[in-house]
Design a protein around this ligand. Structure first.
Ligand code: GH3
Ligand code: MG
Ligand code: MG
Ligand code: MG
Length: 313
């Protein structure tokens, strides 16, 4: 059995006939619902704005603004209310039945009223609305989770940079763009020098801190259009669109110097480190992005073999 509490719902009743208002008010309040009664369309619109009723019952025929007009006004996109509207009609007003639904009514009831029927219809529509609300909430929650998962799937948890797989996905697209339009593009492979020693001397937590700090510094020295990822343990990769090899070497050199100057750590435990950078730029006969990355890696290892803390093309 579903949980249903009438006292949680506010129902707006609109009718120029005070008798009808009174009867409906009594029937609904006896069941536990909260009600507001008004005698014309203009007041109804005001109450919808102010009180946001969960359901609206309105007479079909009223002077000035009829129930159909009021319904149309409230439900025309963008609707002023998503709450269900029940139109009250007499048996003779059968002809308006279809139009009522076209104007956005959820249901109609005929008077003279059958209280049990009214209560059953009201409850059905409120339950439907409740279910719809829960569904919307679930959908929103699901979207949030899906977004989070998408983000987790592409992010390196330690540094917050793109992970290797996502970097390669983006790099692959950038390569296609560069080769189609014959644009410049460069890759930097950045490797922390003697990183193992930092771990060994200061512990793994400090090592993690250094990785985070280096990642932050790399991002800080890149332009908005550049891409950056963690390629492996203490190895980072950046892609610089629209950048030729001399431009890329300048960026790499600036980054290298910056690393030389900063210290990273926790409190008074600060360490200094350097990086070595391998640079490679797109050449017209490169078949794919891997070829450029391999060249950058080669340059990096060559630089390491020559000594550390340097940039090599
Ligand atoms: P080189 O100067 O030649 O680059 O040597 P290196 O010590 O920097 O590099 P090496 O490849 O010998 O060692 C990398 C170390 O990085 C080993 C590994 O334990 C450590 N490492 C990899 N991932 C992480 C991590 O997420 N956190 C920490 N703290 N250490 C990591
Ligand atoms: Mg190494
Ligand atoms: Mg290293
Ligand atoms: Mg390495």
């Amino acid at each position: 059995m579903k949980q249903f509490f009438p006292e949680k719902f506010l129902i707006l009743i609109v009718d120029d006939n005070p008798n009808n208002l009174q009867i409906l008010h009594v029937i609904l309040e006896a069941e536990g619902y909260k009600t507001i009664v008004v005698s014309n369309g203009q007041d109804a619109i005001e109450r919808v704005h102010l009180d946001k009723p969960d359901l609206i019952i309105m007479a079909l025929t009223m002077p000035k603004m009829s129930g159909l007009e009021l319904c149309d006004y409230l439900k025309s996109p963008p609707p002023l209310t998503t709450s269900p509207i029940i139109l009250m009609r007499t048996v003779r007003e059968q002809e308006y039945l279809i139009e009522a639904f076209e104007k956005g009514a959820a249901d109609t009831i005929t008077h003279p009223f059958n209280p049990a029927e009214i209560l059953a219809r009201v409850r059905t529509h409120l339950e439907l609305k409740q279910t719809q609300k829960q569904l919307n909430r679930l959908v929103k929650e699901h979207e949030k989770l899906a977004n989070l998962l998408r983000k987790l799937a592409i992010t390196d948890p330690l540094t917050g940079l793109w992970n290797r797989r996502h970097f390669l996905t983006v790099a692959y697209q950038e390569f296609n763009r560069a080769s189609r339009y014959k644009r410049f593009m460069s890759i930097l492979m950045i490797d922390i020098d003697h990183f193992k020693q930092i771990n060994d001397e200061y512990g793994h937590t400090m090592g993690d801190e250094v990785l985070k700090g280096v990642a932050k510094s790399i991002v800080g020295s890149l332009r908005e259009a550049d891409y950056c990822g963690r390629f492996g343990g203490e190895e980072f990769v950046t892609l610089l669109p629209e950048t030729d090899s001399s431009g890329a070497v300048r960026v790499a050199e600036r980054l290298r110097k910056r690393m030389e100057q900063i210290t990273i750590g926790i409190g008074d435990k600060q360490v200094q480190m350097t990086v070595t950078v391998g640079v490679a730029s797109y050449q017209l006969d490169d078949a794919n992005i891997e070829v450029i990355i391999q060249r950058a890696n080669k340059a990096l290892y060559h630089a390491k073999s020559q000594g550390y803390n340097r940039v090599a093309l």
